[in-house]
Design a protein around this ligand. Structure first.
Ligand code: NAD
Ligand SMILES: O=C(O)C(=O)C[C@@H](O)[C@H](O)[C@H](O)COP(=O)(O)O
Ligand code: ZN
Length: 373
């Protein structure tokens, strides 16, 4: 029997992240997270055919009285919209979901963010149980309670903080994940490594650990994947426990995102089906730009920026700004970043590998120079 790794997330609404192969077949574990008689299973049209039947069967075997219905969206970032959010609420109404109902998010970060936001709003808040099926969702989006949908004007502009009741990450689902999506998840893994000492000084050497295991991760070595997911969840659990609402150092988790979100928005969220970058890819490019901006401002050694770029490249991730993204347009997008304030854009920059900080008052000319390459 495989060992199940767990990471506890402390706070006013504590919960446990369970990580291991085969967990979606553990109906008892799933049912234990559902308090009432209604559950809405939210998924997308790639994941539902692969996993929804077995989740529903396991759940009903353990809780035969449960009324379960499904809301399945087309896959892709461009579906993380207010329109799909409204449809999810209609599905909850059709189910007759009461305040003790649960939303079960089965999929990647798009499903998790959308389903979580619907749960945050239905009757002012019902439980959401996150069942992440992408590496990115296992290491990042299923944990910490950020839920949102995108607007054409910007990523995640409408949302709520709504921690999950439980996170159950069945790592065997990663076997069907396309290579491109595995690499996207590795971008957020590298993000933790880039800022590791700022998150948890005891694990400051995570970048070197990853460099030594890059090939094993790309080869989907089960043990290395489980260890990586557990370590990333421990980083995220530590920071969201001390700063659940991003009033302080949780903002460091946005390393690479000021540039990355601007790329995704400017490309019209075309990363899944179009020729744009997906979230992880955009964050990879964003981290390289943030590291270069740090060097340009005299904050960090150029060698550290190159070390970060080299690892991302080795993991098959893009490291240069896609053609056609004008610096002026990127700057305009970044002014609507959620960390910006009346003073202007606030970037997450670094002092070098491991140590990040929030930096305000960066001149547009310095940002333009980095965007121009
Ligand atoms: N809330 C947070 O803290 C947080 C953190 C990071 C990212 N995000 C958000 O997460 C989203 C990105 O998440 P993502 O990278 O998981 O993208 P995603 O949800 O679009 O999933 C990527 C693709 O993989 C497919 N897929 C998912 N699981 C699969 C499986 N097991 N087998 C085969 N195919 C599978 C999906 O259908 C989709 O086509 C973005 O919207 C981003 O803003 C949120
Ligand atoms: O959990 C966080 O905090 C993060 O910033 C994690 C990010 O990887 C994630 O993409 C998040 O959704 C970005 O948040 P936002 O507030 O910039 O929309
Ligand atoms: Zn992210």
């Amino acid at each position: 029997m495989s060992v199940v790794r767990t990471v506890d997330v402390a706070g006013s609404q504590p919960y446990t992240i369970a990580i291991g192969p085969g967990l979606l077949d553990d109906g008892t574990r799933l049912a234990a997270a559902v308090r009432g008689r209604h559950a809405l299973l939210v998924s997308d049209d790639n994941v539902a055919p692969l996993h929804a039947d077995r989740v529903q069967a396991a759940l009903l075997a353990a809780a035969p009285g449960l009324a379960v219905s499904r809301f399945v969206i087309p896959a892709g970032e461009h579906e993380k919209t207010l329109a799909r959010f409204a449809q999810a609420l209609d599905a909850l109404a059709a189910l007759g979901a009461t305040r003790d109902a649960a939303v079960i998010a089965l999929g990647g970060g798009v499903v998790g963010d959308l389903a979580g936001f619907a749960a945050a709003c239905w009757m002012r808040g019902i439980d959401v149980i996150q069942l992440p099926t992408t590496l990115l969702a296992m290491v990042d989006s299923s944990v910490g309670g950020k839920t949102a949908v995108d607007l054409p004007a910007g990523k995640n502009l409408v949302g709520a903080f709504h921690p999950p009741r439980a996170v159950i990450a069945d790592t065997s689902t990663l076997r069907t994940l396309p290579d491109r999506e595995l690499r996207a998840g590795l971008a957020e893994v590298v993000k933790y490594a880039a800022i590791a000492a700022s998150l948890d000084a005891r694990d400051a050497g995570f970048l070197g650990w990853l460099e030594a295991r890059a090939d094993a991760l790309l080869a989907r070595d089960d043990a290395v994947l489980v260890e990586t997911i557990a370590r990333c969840c421990a980083f995220k659990a530590a920071v969201v426990a001390r700063d659940p609402l991003e009033r302080g150092d949780r903002a460091l988790l946005n390393f690479g995102h000021t540039f990355g979100h601007a790329i995704e928005t400017e490309q019209g969220y075309a990363g899944t089906h179009g020729d744009g970058l997906n979230h992880g890819e955009a964050v990879a490019v964003g981290m390289v730009l943030a590291a270069r901006l740090s060097t340009a401002l005299g904050l960090a050694p150029a060698a550290d920026a190159e070390r970060l770029r080299a690892l991302l490249h080795r993991l098959g991730l893009p490291t240069t700004l896609p053609a056609g993204l004008a610096p002026a347009a990127m700057l305009a997008r970044m002014r609507l970043d959620k960390k910006a304030d009346a003073v202007g854009i606030r970037f997450i920059l670094w002092d070098g590998v491991g140590t990040a900080r929030v930096v305000a008052g960066v001149n547009d000319s310095d940002v333009r120079a980095v965007l121009a390459g």
